[in-house]
Design a protein around this ligand. Sequence first.
Ligand SMILES: *[C@@H]1O[C@H](CO)[C@@H](O)[C@H](O)[C@H]1NC(C)=O
Length: 293
Amino acid sequence: MHHTTVLALVLGGAAILVSARPPHGIHAVAGSGTVKCPLVFDGRVKTATVLEDFDSYATSIFNPDYVRGKDKFSQIIKFPEAGSARFDTEAHKPFEVTISDNSIFQTQKGFRRAGLQFQGDTNSGSPGSSGIKTIHFSLKWDSQRALNLSHEYLNVWHEAGDYSSNQFNFETGAILGQSSLSRDTYKVLDRKNKQIWSTAIDKTAWQNFAITLNFDKNTLQVYYSKGDDPLKSVTSALSNDNSGGGQYQIGILKKPTGTSDVVNAGFQQKNLNEGLIYGSLFLEDSAAGCISL
Ligand SMILES: *[C@@H]1O[C@H](CO)[C@@H](O)[C@H](O)[C@H]1NC(C)=O
């Protein structure tokens, strides 16, 4: 509910009336989607959350220490005014993950990365890596911190427990070694790094994604919608090797150009200031086919 407040402002001696509405993302605006299935991890950030809350286990819904460089998450995360994504209620607000020249994790000098892990999503034996689970997330482009689509970006993925591969990758930009794929799309790649679905990036609307991982039957299924529309399935349940446990990662991992050793070498521009806005982030239990659309 919006309460339209009428404020009288005196500007330069002349009284004018303006209709003041609370800015989106700051005050109550809700998407029309409803979470229907049991939540395994809720990555929706509460309206009352302050940036410093991301820096400790006691106050963050994510892991405060991983995966980042020397900047803390209170420096990495921003609260943009982006409206509400589909499954965000009045109690939630969108958040932006950013990368800068400081976004070097450990010795990985080739990457610029900042990524969130749900607190409780342990690398081994996580409830997120068994049964049937659906990861939901919505994205909004930030033209002030635009990604450079000449590079390959991982945004959401599930990394196997031995860190040797990812069960799936949700990516954007120019995928290294796959120049036939369009750059300005969001795309889902399977464990073999084969694209199974893509859609054009919309630089103004929310875009909503859900990926169901069936760890029992080894399948992957993608759902999508734009704005506040209900999700629709855009692939069938495709065969995929979901074994190996591990963790979800949500944020930005930007690969370099001009190298075959992407982890350690290659080109990254200086004075980097890029970001991507997230909302409606959660993992739900899709046992018996439950899914929130
Ligand atoms: C985008 O990346 C390419 C490849 O690294 C680089 O040449 C170019 O300068 C970058 N563009 C911007 C606007 O930073």
